[in-house]
Design a protein around this ligand. Sequence first.
Ligand code: HEC
Length: 398
Amino acid sequence: MKKTLKAAVIGVTAFFVSANATTDGFFKYEVIDALQINEEISTNPNNPLWEKAKSTEVTLYPQVSVRLNDKKANELIPKKEAVKAQVKAIYNDKNIAVYIKWKDNTPSVQPPFTTNQFADGVSIEFPNKFGKGITLPYVGMGDENHPVTVYLQKNVAGRDYQKVFVSKGFGSLTEVDTKNVDIVMTYDEKNKEWTAVFKRPLTDEYTDLKAGLVPIAFAVWDGNQYERDGNKSLSRWKFIRLNKFELDKDYVEYVSWGVPYVDWPEKGEDIGDPENGKKLFQQNGCAACHRAAEFQTAPLGMAPDLSDIGGIANAIYLKESIINPNDVIIRNLNINRHYMKTNPDRFKAYPNNSMYEWYIKTDGKKQSKMPAFTHLQEQDINDLVAYLKTLVDWKNFK
Ligand code: HEC
């Protein structure tokens, strides 16, 4: 296991040198240009300042990171469509504010003391560390090697449900102080849309956003579609451009590797052949562990479902997942649902079935159960990434 890890690290440095990114499209579709101002930033989305900030469209894809035990919620999943949001950012010397607007015909409030009605909600997240030489976190709320800071607002009756937490993966959250944070979420009845504005200091205890390019990801929950927790719509890592700070060319090259994405209006040349990638996905046994598109035979919960991976994962993250699975190890929250029904322990309890754990621990260090595919040719890896990038829906979800 240790040997493959070393090989994977060498693989990572090798492909940086040969990367040939089309950064124009990247700046056009993946980057949110922040407006720099001198005055105070208003969290009122109707403040005229927000009209001056450039708007960028961000697509959020339905995601199911936790399979709910809820028939009604699960029946809706195959029919779900991506959410298109308009995103803006403003900053001054002290603070940064992020604006997000999206359509929702049915504003849902979670009444107090109910468990079967769910709130609309919205969140943004920033990696706690980013920049040259730092790989991107798991976009579904970070991972052990890549903590993220998450800002969450939910539409719960009777209280301003607002939370900030540092997360090392879904289900591993530490709530932090919100005193420097201001979040406003308002519904526009006429246009049937939500707008949220998140304001925070440029630098705080957890993250320093004083950089030319700041990764950010967005999530929204539609309460009316029974969405909650890991059942939501999620974007991949997008990037806020703060003009005042220098742009690191190496970092741009790294995060823009492998563009374009399926939601871009302009197609352009891909890094590889998705058809061949699909064949490689079968030939290399990926489908034995992962479910995705028409590949639905892997045992449920054996590995992350890749149905929407092309919408929520950045291309470089996909490449790294294939050659260096130990860098990001995703938490499996479904383990408790899989018991060894035939084999109770000495207390007559059914233990978890370790087949559904996504890592093993050697000398206290976690190792992904996914083998590193470092033996593949570079072009084959790129073809696999090109194929994974096409996966954006849950039509085959059962
Ligand atoms: C032995 C089972 C197994 C095989 C075979 C396997 N994987 Fe994985 N894969 C996993 C597990 C478990 C994880 C989650 C743990 C982790 O993060 O490494 C994972 C994670 C991933 C991720 C990250 C998913 C996410 O949601 O961010 C991608 C992408 C991926 N695998 C692609 C592939 C591809 C492509 C292949 C074939 C070349 C493959 N896997 C083969 C078990 C497997």
